[in-house]
Design a protein around this ligand. Structure first.
Ligand SMILES: NC(=O)c1ccc[n+]([C@@H]2O[C@H](COP(=O)([O-])OP(=O)(O)OC[C@H]3O[C@@H](n4cnc5c(N)ncnc54)[C@H](OP(=O)(O)O)[C@@H]3O)[C@@H](O)[C@H]2O)c1
Length: 289
């Protein structure tokens, strides 16, 4: 099967590598910064000079790009790839974007004779590397069935949650919880330090309590080491909180706490933590400067 993967950042590079490891998949890759293509080329992928060139002859095209503006430029811009896709080919957008934008992508793709699925992921750098992501799918069941064997190479769980846009909608909910749980944990731990508990004690005990979200075990390790190896960049969490805000506005559902969370991640990003892991919001709250 001819498959194309566009967007080789933290997540896309690992997902593409897992596809490449399987027989029967001829993989073409494209990334805006060409150096990201080199390790995949060495592992056997074909590289392309542009997104348009990358999709020629592909039955399935994956995108894993940072945000709606990036997807829009690469898919529909002057040199956009959607027009260059074969009739009836399938575009699977794994990037985290807002549901209303996803529905626009679906309409524009279908108007051009292309099938479309939204397939954002839950899981970060390590699950991407080990092929243990969870895919949150929106779209037609037949399209989900076609792409399922490919997703199985990159993930361990596939949740088909509704028509186009619903994968992105569900992803908004997941990241709303993720962003706010991180802040609650950071603030609570900092108060604990003021109350005389050591950071090591707090990072070892709090994550094991039933009141703490399970993902925070990993984040507590990063905080304890003071080393924010970037799994999910803080600036992308800020982007997701912005998309959540847009979505809440469109749905006329006020999200008071998520709005506050957006401001705090925004300030942490402005203070220089943008490309660190989003757990670095702990450092920002510890020393806001
Ligand atoms: N990291 C995580 O833990 C995680 C988990 C779940 C979901 N996600 C979502 O997955 C997506 C990718 O995340 P990531 O962590 O892999 O991000 P990343 O490392 O920052 O990579 C972003 C990718 O988007 C490309 N890009 C950005 N702006 C572009 C533009 N204007 N035109 C063309 N390409 C552009 C980058 O190309 P260059 O290399 O040229 O910059 C890179 O390939 C995001 O939507 C993120 O929210 C991430």
């Amino acid at each position: 099967m001819n498959v194309t993967f566009i967007g080789l950042g933290i997540m896309g590079s690992r997902m593409a590598r897992n596809l490449l490891a399987h027989d029967g998949i001829a993989l073409t890759v494209f990334n805006r910064s060409p150096e990201a293509m080199e390790p995949l080329a060495e592992a056997g992928a074909r590289t392309a000079e542009s997104a348009r060139e990358a999709v020629a002859g592909a039955e399935v095209v994956f995108t894993m790009l940072s945000a709606p503006d990036a997807v829009d430029g690469v898919a529909f811009g002057d040199d956009g790839f959607v027009e260059a896709m074969d009739d009836g080919a399938l575009w699977v957008n794994c990037s985290t974007v807002n549901p209303s934008y996803t529905r626009t992508c679906n309409e524009r793709a279908r108007a051009g004779g292309i099938r479309f699925l939204d397939a954002p992921v839950a899981g970060t750098k390590m699950p991407a590397e080990t092929g243990e992501l969870t895919f949150l799918l929106g779209g037609e069941s037949d399209d989900v069935d076609q792409v399922r064997p490919l997703l199985d190479h990159m993930g361990q769980k596939i949740l088909h949650v509704g028509p186009a846009g619903q994968g992105s909608a569900f992803k908004m909910l997941v990241n709303a919880m993720l962003a706010q749980s991180m802040l609650v944990y950071a603030e609570t731990s900092l108060l604990g330090e003021k109350l005389g508990f050591s950071r090591d004690f707090l990072m070892e005990t709090l994550p094991n309590l039933p009141v703490t979200a399970p993902f925070l075990k990993g984040k507590a390790e990063l905080i304890k080491e003071g080393d924010y190896d970037t799994q999910f960049p803080l600036e992308l969490m800020l982007k997701d909180l912005h998309l959540l805000d847009v979505t809440a506005y469109e749905q006329q559902q006020p999200l008071f706490l998520a709005g506050l969370a957006k401001s705090l991640y925004g300030q942490a990003s402005s203070a220089g933590h943008g490309r660190e892991d989003f757990a670095a919001v702990f450092d920002y709250l510890d020393k806001p400067e």
